[in-house]
Design a protein around this ligand. Sequence first.
Ligand SMILES: Nc1ncnc2c1ncn2[C@@H]1O[C@H](COP(=O)(O)OP(=O)(O)OP(=O)(O)O)[C@@H](O)[C@H]1O
Length: 604
Amino acid sequence: MVTVLRRPPPVGETSDPVVAAAPHVPPREVFRRFWPYTRGGRRWLLPVVLLSLTAPVVDAAELWLFKIVVDDVLVPRDLRPFLWIAPAYLGLVVCSGVLGFADDVTSTWVGERFLLRLRSDVFRHVQGLSLGFFERRRLGDVLSRVTGDVDAVETFLLSGVADALYYVVRLAVFLGLLFYLRWDLTLLALVIVPLFWGSARHFSRLIKEASRERRRRSGSLSAIAEETLGNVALVQAYNRQGWEAGRFDRENVGRFRAAMASVRIRAVYGPVVETIEVAGGLAVMALGTWKLAQGQLTLGGLLVFLALIGKLYSPVRGLSHLGTTFYAASASAERIIELLDQRPQVAEAPGARRISRARGDVEFDGVWFRYPGTDAWALSDVSFHVAPGETLALVGASGAGKSTLAKLQLRFYDPDRGAVRLDGTDLRDLALAGVRDSVAVVLQETLVFHGTVRDNIAYGRPDATDAEIAAAARTADAHEFVERLPEGYDTLVGQRGRTLSGGQCQRLAIARAMIRDAPVLLLDEPTAGLDAGSGRRIMEPLRRLMAGRTTVVISHNLLTVRDATRIVVLDHGRVVERGDHRELLGREGAYARLHRLSAGAVPP
Ligand SMILES: Nc1ncnc2c1ncn2[C@@H]1O[C@H](COP(=O)(O)OP(=O)(O)OP(=O)(O)O)[C@@H](O)[C@H]1O
């Protein structure tokens, strides 16, 4: 049996776990980290504690009344004392009901407020992490931490502590009464306490391991579900449902085994504790009966003594059980701490400059960049300059580093060497919000949120008026198709724009960028995924959007590129050519080759 319990919960067949376990954190550190979240609710902690402290006193008073009933009413068969005992008993019951109600409501309020704060803060923190974090981590696991693990921290910090206090007070009140009644019997009853503690410590450790495994598996399950369901079209098109289901099942079985391991431990623990308890109770009963026979104890005294022993064991058991609950909760707390310990890779420098409106002068100066955890340079010594209002086109084969440049321009990452500048100032010296406010983006994969068409356009500037939204949609050539939608601007578009065509999504994205009215425009493959006709139709609204703004356009479609003030050709992260369309064609180099390749799609 011991070996069955000792055996660590099976880690399953995964040599490469979907989600790794979070590092161990000592309980004191968990307290230190989460205590600040009790701010605002702390003044209610004392009333909560006081309320929970009164309950054992009322309990003890009820028991004492019972003793009086036995000794003064039942044994002498005299009903007179019952006339005051009955109303006193009723009064105590009503009093305990009222106190219980107040205790429940206030303690839940304190706990839920704590969670309210913590959940929002964890979400805000995660949202503020750099793109690099999301590129490395499994989204499903992050979601399971934000929505699932957070709750356990409350158990660890508040309800756990409140329960511990409650048990300690019960213990003190009942022990006091017991000693008052019969000190010798009480000492005998206490002999079993060390046994309780010993077993609690042993089982808590086992429970913690099982809980850690269970939380880790839950994170893996969410990760797989999110990846599979988020890409359901791909999964179904390639008939990978069986494989995905297998992956899900493996983690599911892992979670099942971890849950069973934890139940096994708890299920053995319960009877062990009960046996110890009954043995103690029987010993006390034997000695008590002897004392009763000797006339050293009244019948009421013995009955109350035994009832009190029952009450005494319950907080002792509760306290030792609390250890297992504590350890289970700390497994979740560790996962939250690991998340909170993540620092954004790009952080705002102290005293960073705020810019109200940039002119739009963009410069990459000797930029070298390597993605964290990789060896190869994604960009090597890239330099270019785009003056306000100019258009720079970045072209190059797939993987040349074009999108990486866009990420650096938005300061999703910082360069390892060199600098990216806006209006002559290094982005690292500017306030992050200012940098991003200066840029409007139209990306390769158009981001359309679940919401109305109006919400989607106004995402670029939430305070935009209806007239401004319609004007932006007109410039983006979106107004007409929006008007034809069943509810116009109030039509709901599905997540990722599933209910719109690629071209329509793109036009919404152009309207969104339009309404943002930023001095710098970043177009990453704005015509990708559109057929030649739609691509051409989008050009006109794009040109309107680009007018008067500094534009960096990344495109394979050389139609977008031909009018650019300057074209930079990238190859394996290096600038291999630069110039305008005519110059580069004449040079018969990389650009001319790319041009010939796409000549079929582009009219000369
Ligand atoms: N998050 C990442 N972590 C590690 N390496 C990355 C990451 N993103 C891109 N890379 C690598 O950096 C290099 C440049 O990628 P980038 O996405 O900038 O290319 P691109 O020119 O935009 O390609 P495409 O035209 O296909 O979009 C590639 O070798 C790519 O594998």
